[in-house]
Design a protein around this ligand. Structure first.
Ligand code: FAD
Length: 381
């Protein structure tokens, strides 16, 4: 394994860093304050290829692989995790089509997505089915040439703006995992209705809504990956997308670490910069250790994914560790800023609010540990 970035990876990093610094960072506090969606910025992000890192070039994507996407994610999320997650979720939704879609589906859905501005959403969670999606109630009943889709998905990122939803639904709730299938649902189909945006603690630039599907007739050609395999395939796709969101957490934590280091070198108490006090040094050092360790775990999980090797455990480890690291690093950054950290005058309180949900979405911190433990037991029994 090469730990040095290749010239192509360095280019990916610089491109994303420039976009993050010049276009994302200046507007991030505004969207956070207003809870408004950065539609024009996303249009530009799409134009620059940030929404299609895992889509092959033959369909118009930027095809930079999982590690490339992670390098990009760290840079973009360092400017604003809320805006980054709005960019990222299209990858979460479309990667199952890349991986399990038919040639015809790829032509029909991936190509137009890459050609013009478009957003996609991933619809797995429901109000009463979060960590346990096998208890979902959204029904997809086979009716000859179509599935009849009925139900409400909850917490859908980009829900109010997506042109395409990848929806997980069940043929029969009694079948649990085995009953779950995945459907590609264009927002233009009759009966698709996003709800009002949810007012959130952090990542406020992202748009999170319920989405209701009422008597939606989804053509059978939009079934993704077969009737029996929907759930298994959804989980397999997460092994590739989890390192990417984990890398977003690294970017967010890195920003908090840089801000705290800079503040600690400027803020004087007891006649010296607070960076010279041992207790502050320990917090700064722990931040550095966490960010470096998280990045290495992310890169390992992504490297395995790009090699086509099994990485379920490593992806869950990276997601759990990076999310926890982001929470701890941002909390300590607020601590280092003292009272100033607790105000809206400085950016560290936003970073702390933005970090929290990374421990919740795409599988909670507890569910990640469940996966790690399950894989460990499998390996060693
Ligand atoms: C801002 C935001 C954006 C989101 N975006 C999307 C999206 O785009 N698409 C989508 O499908 N979903 C999305 N989600 C949903 C997210 O994935 C779920 O919130 C998450 O899976 C947890 O489900 P829950 O909220 O129902 O919590 P619950 O499952 O009710 O969990 C509550 C608590 O119990 C713990 N717990 C549950 N089961 C176990 C267990 N077996 N062992 C140990 N602890 C357990 C959890 O870890 C958690 O701490 C989003 C959520 C948020 C907040």
């Amino acid at each position: 394994m090469q730990l040095e970035l290749s010239p192509q990876q360095l280019e990916i990093q610089l491109h994303a860093r420039k976009f993050a610094r010049e276009l994302m960072a200046p507007v991030a506090p505004i969207h956070d304050r207003e809870g408004s969606f950065p539609l024009e910025l996303l249009r530009e992000a799409h134009k620059q290829g940030f929404l299609t890192p895992l889509i092959p070039k033959q369909y118009g994507g930027s095809e930079i692989g999982c590690l490339g996407a992670c390098i990009q994610a760290e840079e973009l999320a360092s400017a604003c995790m809320g805006i980054y997650v709005s960019i990222f979720v299209s990858t979460l939704a479309l990667y199952p089509i890349v991986r399990f879609g038919t040639q015809e589906q790829k032509q029909r859905f991936l190509k137009p997505f890459c050609q013009g501005f478009s957003l996609a959403s991933y619809c797995l969670s429901e109000k009463d089915a979060g960590s346990d999606p096998s208890s979902m109630k959204t029904l997809a009943l086979p009716r000859g040439d179509h599935y009849l889709l009925n139900g409400t998905k909850m917490w859908i990122t980009n829900g109010g703006y997506a042109d395409l939803y990848v929806v997980f639904a069940t043929r029969d709730p009694a079948l649990k995992h085995r009953g779950i299938l995945a459907l590609i649902v264009p927002s233009s189909l009759e009966g698709v209705k996003p709800g009002e945006p949810i007012d959130k603690m952090g990542q406020r630039a992202s748009n999170t809504t319920p989405v209701t599907f009422k008597e939606v007739r989804v053509p059978v050609e939009n079934l993704l990956g077969g009737e029996e395999e929907g759930f298994k395939k959804a989980m397999a796709a997460l092994d590739v997308t989890r390192p990417i969101i984990a890398s977003g957490a690294v970017g967010l934590a890195r920003s908090a670490m840089e801000l705290a280091s800079s503040y600690a070198s400027r803020r004087v108490q007891f006649g010296v910069p607070i960076a010279q006090h041992g207790a502050v040094q320990t917090m700064l050092a722990d931040m550095g250790i966490s960010v470096s360790a998280a990045r290495l775990m992310v890169w390992r999980a992504a490297w395995l994914a790009d090699k086509g090797l099994k990485n379920t455990k490593e992806a869950a480890e990276a997601k759990a560790f990076s999310a926890d690291a982001a929470m701890k690093v941002t909390t300590d950054a607020v601590q280092i800023y003292g009272g100033m950290g607790y105000t809206k005058w400085h950016p560290v309180e936003k970073l702390m609010r933005d970090a929290k949900v990374i421990q919740i979405y795409e599988g909670t911190a507890q569910i990640m540990r469940r996966i790690v433990a399950r894989e460990m037991v499998r390996e060693h029994s």
